[in-house]
Design a protein around this ligand. Structure first.
Ligand code: HQG
Length: 194
């Protein structure tokens, strides 16, 4: 990996931390809609030992594989598109979900999820995806992955609200276990595994 790419990835991780979880790590605050002032952020990053210039920030936002961040139309502010643990009002777009959505998790959480449903844990919403592969990757971050197919059509029919983030992540408040299609759980096998 090129040095620039490595450094961008490390700065990207720091940005996620600051814009979603700990703005104080860069000595800044977010407004109630999650926006940070770009100039303040750049200064705060330098102070935190993560020197970053405007050009690099723009490159990270543009090239981020999941389009995690957005600039305001005038370019003066920046925020994360989803994934916050700090309370923010993102004015998310409500949307009709596709009939099936997927949640990737680790097998070790299944027992608790069966009991309590999928809950948002430290984040503001439960994260779901329209693609199985995305859910596999998300689940594998926590251990041996399992993908839970969700009957989103039934949830929407029962009045549950869904939102679609700027970067295509489906969000909802919770998923009670009865909407998980238990007979269709997917246990992906890692490449090379039998
Ligand atoms: C699990 C990444 C026990 C839940 C990804 C998950 C995603 C329960 C973990 C985004 C539970 C929370 C979010 C219950 C849920 N009992 N465990 N009742 N209910 N869980 O990281 O969904 O790369 O907060 O299944 O791509 O893994 O950061 O959520 O395993 O879109 O942009 O508790 O984060 O995006 O973990 O990931 P997380 P997540 P970024």
């Amino acid at each position: 990996m090129s040095q620039r790419k490595q450094s961008d990835e490390s700065l990207g991780r720091f940005l996620s931390l600051v814009l979603r979880h700990q703005p104080q790590a860069a000595y800044i605050t977010l407004d109630r809609h999650g926006w940070a002032d770009v100039e303040e952020l750049l200064r705060g990053c330098v102070r935190a030992g993560k020197a970053i210039d405007r050009e690099t920030l723009e490159r990270i936002v543009r090239e981020n594989s999941k389009q995690r961040y957005s600039f305001s139309p005038d370019g003066k502010k920046i925020r994360a598109n989803q994934g916050h643990s700090v309370p923010v009002e993102l004015d998310l777009r409500e949307a009709d979900p596709p009939p099936r959505l997927y949640h990737g998790t680790a097998t070790r959480f299944l027992e608790s999820i069966r009991r309590e449903g999928i809950t948002r844990q430290s984040r503001q919403q439960v994260h779901l995806s329209a693609a199985v592969e995305t859910a596999v990757t998300v689940g594998a971050r926590h251990g041996s992955p399992v993908v839970l197919p969700i009957d989103a059509a039934a949830m929407a029919g029962d009045g549950y609200t869904f939102w679609l983030s700027e970067n295509g992540v489906w969000l909802c408040r919770e998923v009670p276990w009865r909407y998980v299609l238990e007979e269709e759980l997917i246990y992906p096998t890692a490449p090379g595994e039998k």
